[in-house]
Design a protein. Sequence first.
Length: 147
Amino acid sequence: MTWSIWVIAGLALLIAELLTGTLFFGPVSVGALVTALAAGLGLERLELQLVVFSLGSTVLVLVSRKFLRPLIVRTSDNVQTNVDALAGKVAVISEPIDATHVLGRATLDGMDWSVRSHDGRAIPAGVRVVVVSVDGAKLIVKPEGEA
């Protein structure tokens, strides 16, 4: 009878791992299933079952986090996201940047942006530009091919 409770607990913890992906509930679930096996093989005292569960789960959590986490979670300091990823991309000027209005408009990846020239000079419509940086909601650009 006790082994069935451990099996139910193990399956519930496995479902929790599948829903969260934390690498915590999975090893604890295996600990509960190992305890169910031990109980099924004759380990009747609840105190000993709790010791098997505690030790097994602790060891499995530590080992799995150390070896599995690097395989699952890939991190890099060089990954640019959001506006940082826009620098270096090419846009097309849709409304010219001229000396009087300073701001123009450009299309980048299908989105319309306010743009400003990096050095304040005019850039006519239709010119391909490279994003130098982002200032708030404005792209700072220069004509493509300029150093």
